[in-house]
Design a protein around this ligand. Structure first.
Ligand code: KG4
Ligand code: ZN
Length: 338
């Protein structure tokens, strides 16, 4: 069947997103960001769910219009079942259920974490698809996972964070430096002009393939407090070097674990996803492994790495092909079994 049209809805956190796919090609990919949270320095769940309710109809309308697809042409509706904020998830699932009932087409539930990984299978010029099995590193404000991906529906988490996500490590470090939320992209920017070895921070000792980032945040806090006592302008005078050193430490923590995962599994294909994969230091370091260790690395198009509905749609397409449908009794899950 080569004429599958999927409408996908993503509302797990603070972005309301809808996309239309024709088979594995993205026809439209619309995201409404909720800037309201920035003034609070983090996502406020109650505000997020209210904003989803306001955004969802215009976002879906825009996705259909941009794709030039009529509701009647749709083959199925895919929505994010979890993990995420319950109030946010419920908006997308209620809307998805109603639409599938009204149009009398199948309903497909998608695990957001599978979607970050399978985003690599969107057909996009200039972007290769990994081959099974491969290792997926999902790094964002909410997630830090290494997953062994054996097939579209056969994946296993082999490492994950025991406390903060890597994006939180960036954002909380930035906050200590007095940078606005979300500070990850700013650390990246200043790091480009700094010396990554200027200030060595100790890396956490975590067994196996798991991660920990909360110790780093505390180390940075004490380091800044101590230096500011001696020099009140310490941050301003050393911002580039501090950012470069923080970023360097985070990259080393990630790379140590990926190297171990490659060693343990023998798999040398690494696919990254999630908002933090926008980080230029991480991208460059990963690319270098291709010539250095003979790895093959995959970095998706930026709009498919941050939270978006196109990635929900590609999982929807795969599930459509294998007829993995739900009825209206399907429930949202804040936490979800992988
Ligand atoms: O995937 P995403 O848009 O949302 C979720 O958390 O699911 O990821 C957002 C995170 C934030 O923590 C943000 O600071 C971080 O990704 N981020 C970056 C960069 N761009 C976004 N962190 C470091 N360097 C960047 N260039
Ligand atoms: Zn996400």
């Amino acid at each position: 069947n080569s004429e599958v049209f999927i409408l996908a809805i993503e509302s797990s956190c603070d972005d309301t997103a809808a996309a239309v796919l024709h088979n594995d090609k993205v026809l439209s990919n619309v995201v409404a960001n909720q800037l309201i949270h920035n003034q609070y320095g983090g996502v406020v769940p109650e505000l997020a769910s209210r904003a989803h309710q306001q955004n969802i109809v215009p976002v879906i309308d825009a996705a259909l219009r941009k794709a030039n697809v009529q509701k009647e042409q749709l083959s199925a509706i895919a929505f994010t079942q979890g993990p995420g904020l319950m109030g946010s998830l419920l908006v997308g699932s209620s809307f998805g259920k109603s639409l599938s009932l009204a149009l009398n087409i199948p309903l497909i539930a998608v695990n957001h974490m599978h979607a970050h990984i399978l985003a690599h299978f969107i057909d996009e010029e200039g972007f290769d698809k990994p081959e099974f099995p491969f290792l997926a590193l999902t790094i964002s404000g909410g997630h830090t996972q290494i997953v062994k991906v054996n097939g579209f529906f056969d994946m296993e988490i082999i490492g994950e964070t025991t406390d903060d996500a890597v994006g939180e490590a960036f954002d909380k470090s930035a906050k200590i430096l007095g940078l606005p939320y979300p500070g990850g992209p700013l650390i990246d920017k200043y790091a480009k002009e700094g010396n990554p070895k200027a200030f060595p921070f100790t890396k956490p000792k975590v067994p196996g393939l798991d991660f920990s980032f909360s110790g780093l945040k505390t180390a940075i806090l004490y380091f800044i407090q101590k230096n500011k006592q001696e020099n009140p302008n310490f941050i301003e005078e050393n911002l580039n070097d501090i950012c470069a050193s923080i970023q360097h430490t985070i990259i080393e923590i990630l790379m140590d674990k990926i190297k171990l995962a490659v060693k343990e599994t023998g798999i040398k294909q690494i696919a990254i996803g999630g908002g933090v994969s926008a980080n230029s230091g991480i991208r460059n370091t990963l690319k270098e492994t291709e010539s250095k260790y003979g790895w093959k690395t995959f970095i998706p198009k930026f709009e498919y790495t941050t939270d978006n509905a196109a990635m929900i749609g590609i999982v929807g397409y795969q599930k459509y092909l294998s007829k993995r449908f739900e009825d209206a009794s399907v429930v949202s899950k804040a936490r979800i079994q992988f």
